[in-house]
Design a protein around this ligand. Structure first.
Ligand SMILES: [Zn+2]
Length: 95
């Protein structure tokens, strides 16, 4: 059973959360990138086997977005933090 540590609510069952995608990808800034960058951001995904950093939303709890370290091969869960404290404007792709 996968248990996810929410920084606000504590450890909860994964059924309370919604997977939100790869947290290593950064959303391009509107108007500063080409269509290929947006296509890659929206439709191209890595199929990672092993350590991975992911977005999850605690939909049945505090509704906050989290960044969670999880090993996709073993399903072992590491640390989590609020996404708003991890993702900054400086990390946005500016191609
Ligand atoms: Zn929560």
């Amino acid at each position: 059973m996968l248990r996810i540590p929410c920084p606000i609510c504590g450890e909860r069952d994964y059924t309370e959360f919604r997977y939100g995608g790869d947290a290593r990808k950064r959303r391009p800034i509107h108007g500063t990138t080409g269509l290929q960058v947006w296509y890659d951001y929206v439709f191209v995904f890595d199929n990672v086997m092993g350590p991975h950093r992911e977005f999850w939303q605690h939909v049945a709890g505090c509704r906050q977005w989290l960044v969670l370290d999880r090993n996709t091969a073993t399903n072992l869960v590491g640390a989590s933090q609020l996404a708003r404290s991890v993702v900054t404007v400086d990390e946005v792709i500016t191609k």
